[in-house]
Write a protein that binds this ligand. Structure first.
Ligand code: GAL
Length: 431
């Protein structure tokens, strides 16, 4: 039986959240945050990992709108390169430790922000939600996910989808493949055909892209309910079904260019664009790379479908922004957050970013081409919603770091049992 989407979300996302529920930020008066309501001036340091083609265009559009609304503001775009924020998060950790925060920084909504909340690195901005009426326009499931001990600490600007298989239709056609695979087993069959034609079946990049593939192979093999249980302790990592899904991941990796893994997600897409490879599993920021940075025609020069075995499932993540404790330009940061959470801001940012708005009142006419699909699926009551590991939704940072260390070994030794035991032990140690 299918669980309701809210039930599933609660199961999937509660994993890390309950751990902090009893020790969320201090109990200060939550009317504290709202400040600026008119235009702000002076410096505003904005911290993200959105740089490079496919990541920077949406950010720039939103920063441009912020500048337009606040002509005297001086935006310092403190970007740290590296997809999924791997490098940015390390740099941010140092800044937070030394109490030198930027004025607003990017985090994924969900478990990823818990450590900052526990360490009182971010302000409670619940009153901003009340003032802006955001509780009425953000989906309840998202509000539940970002509420800790009754308080909210971040503003989600979008919803991205993780479980997508991007492909080059011409490469499939040339290999006599009529449609992308519906299961990972079918992918393995197609891979043999593609390789016989001298094509790479699936391209891959650095460890975080291997993790991104990993979560979606598990999701495709286990289904939404058992996948969701991986993050709540309900699904046993060492069970036969998980071991078999892990074995499938190892098989899939054999049909990638792992030995020549690309340096980031964009160069991992290039062989697909060039016709040297058929597939890549990546989130929907890839659409901006194909359509905007490379100017390719959707469905003709590139196409996309849900990753194998995940039809009817939406593996989601959300980029969110914070008000750090000790922000040097707090008024500007509050003004920025108001824009990030606004309908205008979200409808300027998301059509360019490849994501859909976190708000439910989007102007649907702006979401055309690829974006029409996630917009429709996200609000379809029969779609099953799960959260992304790689992009911070489901596992707290300590556990996630241990999963990533174990994954590095697993990718090279293929030892499913050893990996499962390591992840299970790390869950117990960090839950
Ligand atoms: C994700 C982030 C996306 C996109 C992607 C590639 O973690 O949520 O917005 O930036 O990384 O860098």
């Amino acid at each position: 039986m299918r669980r309701s989407r809210s039930g599933l979300l609660a199961l999937t996302l509660a994993a890390g959240l309950f751990a902090v529920a009893a020790c969320g930020g201090d109990d200060d008066d939550s009317s504290n945050p709202p400040a600026a309501t008119g235009p702000v001036s002076g410096d505003f340091e904005f911290f993200s990992w959105w740089t490079g083609p496919g990541d920077s265009e949406g950010k720039q559009a939103l920063l441009d709108l912020f500048k337009q609304q606040n002509p005297s503001v001086n935006i310092i775009d403190a970007v740290v390169a590296g997809g999924a924020g791997t490098n940015a998060q390390a740099a941010l950790a140092t800044r937070l430790q030394t109490n030198d925060p930027p004025d607003s920084y990017q985090r994924h909504a969900g478990a990823e922000l818990l450590a900052d909340i526990q360490a009182t690195k971010v302000e409670d901005i619940t009153s901003l939600y009340d003032q802006e009426g955001w509780r009425d326009v953000f989906p309840q499931r998202l509000l539940d996910m970002i509420t800790v001990d009754g308080k909210i600490y971040s503003v989600p600007v979008n919803i991205h989808r993780s479980n997508l298989l991007w492909y080059n239709p011409a490469v499939l056609e040339e290999a006599g493949i009529s449609a992308p695979p519906k299961t990972w087993g079918e992918f393995l069959d197609q891979a043999a055909t593609l390789e016989a034609k001298g094509k790479t079946a699936l391209t891959i990049g650095p460890l975080w892209t291997q993790e991104h593939l990993f979560e979606n192979v598990l999701l495709g093999e286990l289904g939404a309910d058992a996948y969701g249980g991986l993050w709540t302790g309900e699904t046993d990592w060492t069970s036969a079904e998980v071991i078999s899904a892990l074995d499938m991941y190892t098989e899939v990796l054999k049909h990638t260019n792992l030995s020549e893994a690309a340096a980031d997600w964009q160069p991992a897409l290039d062989p697909v664009i060039d016709g040297d490879a058929a597939y890549n599993v990546m989130g929907d920021w890839a659409n901006t790379y194909f359509a905007t940075a490379k100017n390719l025609a959707y469905q003709d020069q590139y196409n996309v479908t849900t990753s194998p075995g995940t039809d009817g499932v939406f593996n989601f993540l959300s980029d969110s922004f914070t008000l750090p404790v000790g922000a040097k330009h707090r008024d500007a940061a509050v003004a920025w957050l108001r824009l990030a959470g606004s309908k205008e801001g979200q409808d300027v940012f998301n059509p360019i970013k490849g994501s859909i708005p976190a708000r439910t009142d989007a102007d649907a006419s702006k979401y055309t081409g690829y974006s029409a699909m996630p917009l429709q699926d996200w609000s379809n009551p029969s779609e099953q919603i799960v959260g992304s590991l790689t992009h911070g939704a489901v596992a707290n940072n300590a556990w996630k770091a241990e999963i990533e260390t174990a994954l590095g070994d697993f990718v090279s030794d293929g030892d499913s049992q050893k990996f499962a035991e390591a992840v299970k032990a790390a869950y117990e140690a960090n839950k």
